[in-house]
Write a protein that binds this ligand. Structure first.
Ligand SMILES: NC(=O)c1ccc[n+]([C@@H]2O[C@H](COP(=O)([O-])OP(=O)(O)OC[C@H]3O[C@@H](n4cnc5c(N)ncnc54)[C@H](OP(=O)(O)O)[C@@H]3O)[C@@H](O)[C@H]2O)c1
Length: 239
């Protein structure tokens, strides 16, 4: 998803700083698209669980680009953590890159956005999950605790950074099948959405672009989920 959003932003004229951990192929593809379009792309390799790296990433971006207008946070592990075997390690493995990194990157980026001209000086967009606000499903405790903190952080930072920097969240429903889900699980997940389909990538891109350009929307969690949040809850292990 990061690659598709990056492509759309490069096409709209943004220069990009891209943080990746192991997806070098996708990062290099973004770099290639940037070169084709004559945009600047800075690739930063590191682990967002590392607090120091979060600070360095923002600083290197500012030094290289000369300004920061926007921050998008997509990074997120997604794997089962059955409650019986839930550990401090698996909780941190989710919480750090999802919630802690979002807060640290936002704090650093905010201080670099403040000198920007105009009333709105920057935009921050997080990627959450429809199920956080409605009905977390079973076997993903570490993921949901972290995404829940992310949704709260969006509202907290929206208030802290007002009136200059707008902070919003896209709460996604099923969009791209995670590797660990079987085809059968994925089909069942899609059947559970009122629209009986996956979220389209073009909707994700268009909403992200809108949130990066909005002037009067902040602290909002927008469900982009083929209507899944109105389909009711259950006790199943996958949404
Ligand atoms: N796909 C869906 O249907 C769906 C549904 C609901 C919500 N979402 C949310 O939408 C966002 C994008 O989803 P996606 O499907 O594009 O996810 P994805 O393909 O799994 O990509 C997530 C990326 O997070 C990065 N990441 C994980 N831990 C990291 C760490 N410690 N440090 C740095 N990077 C780390 C990984 O980078 P590397 O590969 O470089 O290691 C990975 O490429 C995520 O926040 C996800 O939770 C997606």
């Amino acid at each position: 998803m990061g690659l598709e959003i990056a492509r759309a932003l490069l096409e709209r004229g943004y220069n990009l700083s891209v943080i990746y951990r192991s997806s070098e192929k996708e990062a290099l593809k973004i770099d290639e698209v940037g070169r084709e379009l004559g945009r600047k792309v800075l690739l930063l390799n590191g682990d967002l669980s590392d607090e120091e790296f979060c600070g360095e990433a923002v600083e290197r971006t500012f030094q290289d680009m000369g300004r920061i207008d926007a921050l998008l946070h997509l990074a997120s592990p997604y794997f089962r953590t059955p409650i019986e075997t839930l550990s401090e390690e698996s909780i941190q493995e989710h919480f750090k890159p999802i919630a802690q990194a979002f807060v640290l990157l936002s704090k650093e980026a905010y201080s670099r956005m403040i000198p920007n001209e105009g009333r709105v000086k920057g935009h921050i967009v997080a990627f959450g999950d429809w199920a956080v606000e409605c009905t977390p499903y079973r076997n993903y405790a570490a993921y949901f605790v972290a995404k829940g903190a992310l949704h709260t952080a969006v509202k907290v930072l929206a208030k802290e950074f007002a009136p200059h920097v707008l902070v919003n969240c896209i709460a996604l429903g099923p969009t791209l099948k995670a590797e660990e889900l079987s085809d059968e699980e994925w089909e069942r997940i899609l059947r559970n959405t009122p629209l009986k389909r996956e979220v389209s990538l073009s909707d994700v891109v268009n909403l992200a672009v809108f949130l990066l350009e909005a002037e009067s929307l902040t602290g909002e969690i927008v469900n982009l989920d083929s209507g899944r949040h109105i389909a009711g809850s259950g006790t199943s292990s996958i949404g």
